[in-house]
Design a protein around this ligand. Structure first.
Ligand code: SF4
Length: 66
């Protein structure tokens, strides 16, 4: 599973890196440090990552289908 964080939509609410700190991290300005990137999610963290996808108020995180 892969997810992508849209750099234009991320507004720095921080829910992703609070709820899924193993996957997402904060940059110095409080935005998701992974914005603008597609990241690989391990099977073990897929459920956690999906929770962050669902909780992002801006719908900035989406699952990338192969
Ligand atoms: S929850 Fe969404 S808007 Fe907030 S920092 Fe994470 S990706 Fe950005």
């Amino acid at each position: 599973m892969r997810v992508r964080v849209d750099p234009d939509l991320c507004s720095g609410h921080g829910r992703c890196y609070v709820l899924a700190s193993e996957v997402f991290h904060a940059d110095d300005d409080g935005f998701c440090a992974e914005r603008g990137r597609t990241i690989e999610i391990s099977d073990e963290l897929a459920r956690t990552a999906r929770g962050a996808v669902a909780s992002c108020p801006e719908a900035a995180i989406r699952i990338v289908e192969d």
